[in-house]
Design a binder for this molecule. Structure first.
Ligand SMILES: Nc1ncnc2c1ncn2[C@@H]1O[C@H](COP(=O)(O)OP(=O)(O)OP(=O)(O)O)[C@@H](O)[C@H]1O
Length: 255
């Protein structure tokens, strides 16, 4: 069964008249990239898939169940979200923040035990954050903070990952590490949907792509079918030069 489906989904982008209904099917093991220029609605789509924003039409289903019928706790167990804005509302260390990933699985009065701690420590190690585990979140750099967000979702271990520009703020090594992590999560039978601005990361790591145009038009499918230079040039309004490197296409903007 698909981990996530949309049926006639029209996202609610303020000021946009129409919008092509989206009928997406994300199967276990698939890694989807959402591409589009600034303002196309990528974040709005992720918020809609996460149940944080009502669609204008249609519906989202998780493992066949309409999102609207799932309670917040059930959603928090199934969906992991890595968003762009970081809200550090209260002081917390890196370890305490990663442990938040287990909260949907604990009763309100239940303390995190050794099992939760082991999951958090493993996630911090995977994100190369062990040396920062006792640091206050507010003292971290942008890239370190981004990796803590990913470690928190890894600790949560959801069936579906929704990630808004997960490589934001990251250096090259960590961009590759994060894309590997997300592809690995998919390979383990989860569904991954991420918004990306880097076409080359998408071409190398995503097996499915959704192209979102600023007028609400969209097309989606297997990555090798979607990575057509003319379609991408139209998407970004930017001429591109294409080359093959290590068997994957590489797109370079033309000056
Ligand atoms: N609360 C709001 N009020 C008015 N306009 C909004 C609001 N939220 C989003 N928008 C507009 O909706 C459009 C889509 O925004 P969204 O953040 O989904 O785009 P995006 O594709 O993620 O862009 P980016 O690549 O810049 O992150 C934008 O034009 C944005 O200005």
């Amino acid at each position: 069964m698909d981990v996530l489906e949309t049926h006639g989904l029209v996202i609610d982008v303020p000021g946009r008249a129409g919008g092509q209904p989206l009928d997406l099917r994300v199967a276990p093991g698939q890694c989807w990239g959402v591409l589009g220029p600034n303002g196309a609605g990528k974040t709005t789509l992720l918020h809609t898939l996460a149940g944080l924003r009502a669609p204008r039409g249609g519906e989202v289903r998780l493992a066949g169940e309409p999102l609207s019928r799932l309670g917040r706790r059930a959603l928090a167990r199934r969906l992991g979200v890595v968003f762009q804005a970081h809200h550090d509302d209260f002081p917390a260390t890196v370890r305490e923040t990663a442990l938040i990933g287990r909260h949907p699985f604990l009763s309100p009065w239940q303390q995190e035990g050794p099992e939760e701690l082991a999951l958090a420590e493993a996630a911090l190690a995977r994100l190369e954050l062990t040396h920062l585990a006792d640091r206050e979140l507010s003292t971290l750099s942008g890239g370190e903070r981004q990796r803590v967000s990913l470690a928190t979702v890894l600790t949560q271990s959801p069936q579906i990952w929704l990630a808004d520009e997960p490589t934001n703020h990251l250096d090259l090594h960590h961009q590759v590490a994060i894309m590997s992590l997300l592809a690995e999560q998919a390979a383990q039978g989860r569904g991954v949907i991420m918004c990306l601005h880097d076409l080359n990361l998408a071409a190398r790591w995503c097996d499915h792509l959704l192209l979102l145009y600023p007028d609400g038009q969209a097309c989606w499918g297997p990555a090798d079918v979607m990575l057509v230079p003319s379609a991408l040039e139209r998407l970004y309004g930017q001429p591109l030069t294409t080359a093959m490197v290590d068997g994957a296409p590489v797109f370079v903007p033309r000056r």
